[in-house]
Design a protein around this ligand. Structure first.
Ligand SMILES: Nc1ncnc2c1ncn2[C@@H]1O[C@H](COP(=O)(O)OP(=O)(O)O)[C@@H](O)[C@H]1O
Ligand SMILES: O=C(CO)[C@@H](O)[C@H](O)COP(=O)(O)O
Length: 453
């Protein structure tokens, strides 16, 4: 039986799954944490991958890495990082993003290069090549610095750079050079969906890998009418479409997916950590957030939590902080606070879902995944606030599963990925009376307008 490994190198941790290549059955899993912060030494991701995959990777026939998107890995001419990687949630480049919008008429993701060119020009001069986190790990798996292997990427993760066009299927080196002060670093070759990147030193085939959201889409096997709401460190809402989407407002990123199609996506900076920070504030565990939130009524007796704890990307409020509004002596209690945190996180996601829908993406089925979806109450409140039925697939590492499925696809070399059935799912109907959910959203919108205009 051939086996394949999928790696999810995400913001907070690295997860590894080993699957039966034919059926997708998960045979083994491992996990290791990443350092905190919005700058990370790429070597820390490698150490976490080795720890999470300890004893699991040696025998697999193929492997692929899905990674957090948009991280800037700048390498010198020896292949060594010139600085720690700047991550997707580092808001220092917000000013650079605004400048690029003004210069180019469209918001884009390559602002980290501009930030580096302006603030660290000596390091920018030393930068010979630029990779994304998953590209760097894929390269490392094949030998990395000191070897003669060529770095590669895939169209999904490349589409999050801003200098690779999903519509044209090619790099925009003019935009790269414009963002990077006229410099033109080398870029990884973009592989096709089931193309092989080469082999590990121990002989496993290495697939192209992809961005974590593209990985989740492949792991879930979503189709037309499906919209995924992922509640990890980031909150993302995305769908797979046959045609590329371009949104000049910048709210919806017109990414490519890992199968040759497209992945319009809205990203927020604040999801699962809203709940873990609230648990810390109350002085309780994550499990208690679930119990507490259940004991409060919809609307948390008037308490409204604006969840912009890490600044925010959608809505575009990079300097924002979180706020708690509507506090009174009778609602300053743990159940109301827990409920307001869950509602605030989900109202932010509901606004992201609206952004996608307003551009013609149909949401016949909403699937809820990511760390915070493990709390059962989150699915129930999501159905209220989204006003739609919500499907919560059995908790699995869908990003890592998607990477494993890509590895199985590259191993098979067939035009379509192997069909891996989705394990069970909980279907939560929309409540018969939608009024409470609508009231929660209206109170949230009023609070946002009063705090942020
Ligand atoms: N049962 C739970 N209830 C609520 N949040 C949870 C639960 N289990 C894990 N989480 C949260 O999920 C987050 C990790 O989710 P994950 O999707 O793995 O994130 P990432 O992919 O960004 O690293 C952590 O912030 C953790 O606190
Ligand atoms: O920036 C984006 C998507 O555009 C984020 O979704 C990152 O890809 C990080 O994902 P998680 O680690 O939170 O899953």
């Amino acid at each position: 039986m051939p086996t394949v490994a999928g790696v999810d190198s995400s913001t907070q941790s690295c997860k590894v799954v080993v699957c039966d290549a034919d059926t997708g059955e998960v045979l083994h899993q491992g996990r290791a944490t990443h350092p905190e912060g919005t700058e990370v030494a790429p070597e820390a991701w490698w150490r976490a991958l080795l720890e999470a995959g300890d004893g699991l990777l040696a025998g697999v026939d193929a492997i692929a890495v899905a990674g957090q998107q948009h991280g800037l890995v700048a390498l010198d001419d020896q292949g060594e990082p010139v600085r720690d990687a700047l991550l997707w949630n580092d808001t220092r480049s917000a000013g650079a993003a605004a400048d690029l919008v003004a210069e180019l008429g469209g918001p884009e993701r390559w602002a980290k290069l501009r930030w580096m060119a302006e603030h660290e020009s000596v390091l920018a001069d030393r930068t010979a090549s630029v990779l994304l986190p998953h590209d760097w790990l894929t390269w490392r798996l094949r030998g990395g610095p000191g070897s003669d292997v060529e770095p590669v990427t895939d169209r999904g993760d490349a589409s999050g750079t801003g200098y690779w066009s999903p519509a044209a299927g090619d790099y925009r080196r003019d935009l790269l050079s414009l963002a990077f002060g006229g410099r033109s670093p080398a870029l990884p070759r973009v592989l096709g969906p089931y193309e092989s990147a080469g082999r590990t030193p121990w002989g496993a085939l290495v697939a192209a890998g992809t961005g974590d959201n593209m990985g989740a889409a492949l792991g879930l096997g979503i189709g037309p009418g499906d919209v995924v709401v992922s509640l990890g460190t980031s909150g993302t809402v995305f769908a797979v479409t046959e045609r590329p989407m371009a949104d000049p407002s910048g709210a919806v990123a017109g990414f490519a997916d890992a199968t040759g199609r497209f992945l319009p996506l809205v990203c927020t900076l604040n999801a699962a950590r809203v709940l873990s920070s609230t648990a810390r504030l109350i002085g309780t565990g994550l499990g208690d957030i679930d119990l507490l939130a259940r004991t409060a009524e919809p609307g948390a007796d008037g308490l409204v939590f604006l969840p912009y704890l890490g600044g925010e990307r959608t809505p575009n409020l990079p300097e924002a902080t979180g706020s708690l509004l509507g506090m009174r002596t009778d609602n300053m209690r743990p159940p109301q606070l827990a409920r307001a945190a869950v509602e605030g996180m989900l109202c932010n996601m509901a606004e992201a879902l609206d952004e996608l829908r307003s551009r013609g993406v149909e949401a016949r089925r909403v699937l809820l995944i990511g760390g915070a979806a493990k709390a059962p109450v989150v699915g129930e409140i999501a159905a209220e606030i989204f006003g739609t039925p919500v499907t919560v697939p059995e908790p699995e590492e869908y990003v890592a599963l998607g990477a494993a499925r890509q590895a199985a696809w590259a191993l098979a070399g067939t035009p379509e990925p192997p069909s891996w059935p989705l394990s069970g799912a909980r279907l939560i109907p929309a409540p018969a009376d939608g009024a409470p959910g609508r009231r929660v959203r209206a109170a949230y919108a009023r609070a946002r307008a009063s705090a942020h205009g």
